[in-house]
Every structure is written in structure tokens, then in C-alpha cells.
Design a protein around this ligand. Sequence first.
Ligand SMILES: *Cc1c(COP(=O)(O)O)cnc(C)c1O
Length: 393
Amino acid sequence: MKGIYLDNNATTRVDPRIWTKVIPYLDELYYNPSAQYTPSHQVKEAVEEARRELAQLIGANPSEIVFTSGGSESNNTAIKGVALALIDKGNHIITTAIEHHAVLEPCHFLQKHLGFDVTYLPVDRYGLVDPDEVRKAIRKETILITIMHANNEIGTVEPIEEIGKIAKEASVYFHTDAVQSVGKLEVNVNKLGVDLLSLSGHKFHGPKGTGALYIRKGTKLHPLIHGGGQEGKRRAGTENVPGIMALGEAARLAQVEREERYAHTKNLRDKLERGVLENIPQVLLNGHPQKRLPNTLSVCFLGIEGESILMDLNFQGIWASSGSACSSGSLEPSHVLLAIGLSHEQAHGSVRFSVGKFNTEEEIERVVDLLPSTIERLREMSPLWQEGEVQLT
Ligand SMILES: *Cc1c(COP(=O)(O)O)cnc(C)c1O
């Protein structure tokens, strides 16, 4: 079935140009990169070339890149790895209320099992963290600040550069989950002032199960996966060579096409945004109007359930999401939408559209055509809407 895929923040299609780079490493170049014979050296060199591509994409040194299985592993390694390495120095971590579960859950784990104290900073109605709040939250026991670059649900882009300066002044390690910004925005570890940065291949047209953690030279961190000495003893296990080759090529393409992708996705997202806001009454825009990922549109259609909108759109071959793929399926509204101050009802009426490089103008035009009548029809059937209890703000 050919549908209209508008869930690119959940995952993206692998760019077909990447396949040809990968196939040899599943086939004749299957050797273990750590072995001593000649063809292994060729595989090892290819892995190092991919590492250079990835390092270049984020302005890092290749030796500061550790390949992982994706964003979740990178976040877990950064947070638990620093916490374990610095446990004698302090037990306080600063993060925000709107992080991905792959940041929140490691924090909860450290609180529950190792006695860590975690500050979850609030955000304003646009989802922005106030750097001053970060400064005020720092104590002498603070060992890590972890704040996402761009939010996956509402697209808000956080003031990472400013927070980076604050972290540096206080000599506290600073990690950012850049899974949503890599490939969409310029991401440079030195400009951002971060010590650790997580990225994930499948969010920028690489395969699922690939990713990396940037670890600034000199940063103290314990590995999560112990075993062999791969990845400079920072992540054991025989390298996922085909995955790494794909990630390297995805990084190269992301760098070459970044501006083009930005312009294309922003054009489509803006068109969709105008179509929704101008043709449908009682809609709230979630996230910051400007400081936002170019591809993300999160809106709340007052008076109806997001889930019923998604089901109806699905029936029409339009695939969007109600927030993060992880929280959908549960009845709890998204923690991100609650943190920006939406009521439970409003949060339940939210839908996230995230466009990608493979979407077309025609697809967006079709969605803009279909949405107003879909929303109107669903509202006619909604008791919430009928009772007239729906309020903006
Ligand atoms: C998708 C996502 C993750 C998890 O990445 P995986 O590679 O799927 O483990 C982490 N953080 C953010 C912001 C994400 O969007």
C-alpha cells in the first residue's frame, strides 16, 4: 500500500544510495576488522573512514566517536557511564522534563538504584528551557547536565550553546541528545560546547540499530558493555560493520544535502502548517513557532482525541503519530505536552506530522485537502466538542 508517510521523527527510510555501500560488507568483505590478515585490514580501514565521515558531520575528532546500536544506547552510555565514573565526586544530575525516555529512564534508574538526585527542569509553553534555571540548579555535587538539542515531539530547539557555556564555567560535563537535530540542523560539538552527544542513524536515513556517541577527549566515562577492546575500550563487541558503513554514508549524504533537506522539509512543513491553521478552527500549535525543527508540526485539534484522528487518517492512507512512538499505545498523555502546560484533554487531541526528504508537494497538498473535512466529521461525533467545553489556551 502506497501511503503518505509523515512520521519521519519516528524513523526514516534508508536512502537507497546507501545499500550499494553496505552490500560488500555483508558479502565478500565479511571479515572481522580486528583480525590480523590482509582483508581484515581493508575492513578496518573502511570502518575508520566511516568514523571520519561521522566525525566531520558534527565537527569532532574521529577518535572521539564511539559506534553504538543507536540513540538509546548512546544516551544510556553517556548518562550511566558518567554517573559511574564520577560517583565519588557527586551524585547530582540536571536534565529537563521533556527529554526522550532514553534519557529519563537512565536517570530514574540512577535515582532508584544508586542514590542519585536528579533535577528535572521545567520548560515554558513553547518547550524552551531557561539557561538561567540551569545555572541556578548547579550544585557542588552536580556531575552531569543532559539536555536534548531538539525535541522529538514538538520540535523545539533548546539553547544548547548558552547552556554549554554555563556548564563549562561550572566544570560540569554536558551531554546532549542530538538524535533529532543531526541531519536536520547544523550540529557542531565545539559550537554547542558539549562533552557528549548522542545520534542515531535511522533518524537521518541510515538503518535502525546504528548510532554513535561523541565523547570529548579526556571525558571520564565507564563503558556499559564490557568485553573485548573494540572502540578504544569504550564499547565492547565485534563492530556492526555493515551498519557502520551505512551510518558513515548516511552522515556523508546528510552533510552534502543538509541545506537542501532543510529547505525542502521546511517548505513542506510550512505549507502543511498554513493549511491546518488557516482552514481548521480551534487548533493549537505545539512547540516554538520559530525555534523549531524545520520538518516538525505538532498541533492540537481541540475537542477530539488524537488517536481517533490518527485512525481516520490511517484509513485514508496518511501516516502520522500522536507524539513519540514509545508513548503511543499507552493511555497516559505525552509527558512533553503536559510539561508545556497542555491539559490532559488538549494533550490527547495532539497529532505530530514530521516530514522528510522523500515527501512531495503533492502529498502535502492531499493532506491539506483531506484534513479539514476529517476534523469536522470527527468533531461532529465528539461529545467533548458538542458540549462546547472546548477552550483555546
Ligand atoms: C528516536 C530517539 C531516540 C532513540 O533512538 P534509537 O536509535 O531509536 O534508540 C532518542 N532520543 C530522541 C530525541 C529520539 O528521537
